[in-house]
Design a protein around this ligand. Structure first.
Ligand code: F6P
Length: 364
């Protein structure tokens, strides 16, 4: 099947590099293949009610390489196959799949590039099953997709957290404090692990390695015993003590992802202050990790992914996710990819190397 009009949408939580993907895909589609490109607005939400899109051309994608966010907008609420709406205080779930399919046809989109995380790609798969030719590009700052060496946005997030830890190091030293920095990472602690190592954190707490508060306090005291008068703890939002549960900040009923995590740094901070380890302060980086310009690594990766996604669509290689394997761009089945969550292996070399430089994971 030959395609003339390519649609592109960005779904789920944003991250640095989405615009760089949009730019690369649009440029390649237009200049290499002469296609017309429609950017769907606000993720799948743009395919409900009156469809909303913006035509993309080489003019309006200028300057996107280094611009954070997504000019198309995104949504992590709208799963058209299970659309949640709060009516009179109660959540109603509606299947709006047919409406979405009608709108894809109305827009005259022959193939759709979907840029998102596992939630977005699960919706993409259902569209594919219903006959919409789909190519996926994986995105998540959590870097928890097994099918690819790395997801874009992750490197930028690690750099942001590393810089924040560098800054906390100096103020921690001035005031002889324990500084606890909370990063994103619901079920996978890649950001906390890599930024923790890069920033020289003394204690790193991950969802994959349940910790004991007593061990965390001991590690702080050990540092005092060694004459170090400050400690940096880097904790992923999804980390939890042994036998405990993740710290929930909020439950959002009409969201696809109802549970919002957050607050573990404050909890540890409050508890440590009662343990005679000195003054403690908590810093939550939150969405700062997802904003701003992508790193050079992410810009290159996004460009390669966006271009290859267009090649795949033109080849008719649908149902595939564009990934990075051993440094080379490759494709993987979307259906298989969404099943393979990649978490930090507590025995992996990176964790062992950190331990061998004296980092505590709060478990031993
Ligand atoms: O999945 C990526 C992620 O950044 C998680 O680490 C975090 O819990 C979540 O998104 C936050 O998303 P929201 O935009 O809904 O606050």
């Amino acid at each position: 099947m030959s395609i003339q009009t390519l649609g592109i949408l960005t779904g789920g939580g944003d991250c640095a590099g989405l615009n760089a993907v949009i730019r690369a895909a649009a440029k390649c589609a237009i200049t290499r293949y002469g296609l017309s490109v429609k950017g769907i607005l606000d993720g799948f939400e743009g395919l409900l009610d009156e469809p909303r899109f913006m035509p993309l051309d080489t003019g309006n994608v200028k300057g996107l390489l280094y611009r954070g966010g997504t000019i198309l907008g995104s949504s992590n609420k709208a799963d058209p196959f299970a659309f949640k709406r709060v009516v009179n205080g109660r959540v109603e779930v509606q299947d709006r799949g047919d409406e979405m399919l009608r709108n894809v046809r109305r827009l005259g989109v022959d193939a759709l590039l979907i840029v998102g995380g596992d939630g977005t790609h699960k919706i993409g798969l259902r569209l594919l099953e219903r006959g919409v030719p789909v190519v996926g590009i994986p995105k998540t700052i959590d870097n928890d997709l097994g099918a690819t060496d790395v997801t874009f946005g992750f490197d930028t997030a690690v750099n942001i957290v590393t810089e924040a830890i560098d800054r906390l190091q100096t103020t921690a030293e001035s005031h002889h404090r324990v500084m606890i920095i909370e990063t994103m990472g619901r079920n996978a602690g890649w950001i906390a692990l890599q930024a923790g190592i890069a920033g020289g954190a003394d204690i790193i707490l991950l969802p994959e390695i349940p910790f004991r508060l007593e061990r965390v306090a001991e590690a702080c005291r050990r540092r005092v015993g060694m004459g170090r008068r400050f400690t940096i703890i880097c904790v992923a939002e999804g980390a939890a003590p042994i036998g405990g549960t993740q710290t929930i900040k909020q439950i959002v009923q009409d969201s696809a992802d109802c549970v919002r995590l957050g607050g573990i740094a404050e909890q540890i901070c409050g508890w440590l202050e009662t343990q005679g380890v000195g003054e403690c302060r908590a810093t939550v980086l939150g969405h700062v990790q997802r904003g701003g310009a992508p790193s050079a690594f992410d810009r290159v990766l996004c460009t390669r992914l966006g271009v290859e996604a267009v090649h795949a669509a033109v080849r008719g290689d649908f149902g595939r996710l564009i990934v990075l394997r051993n440094g080379e761009i490759a494709t993987a089945s979307i259906a298989e990819a969404v099943q393979q969550l990649r978490r930090v292996d507590p025995q992996c070399e990176m964790v062992r190397s950190a331990r061998d430089t004296g980092v505590s994971f709060g478990d031993e």
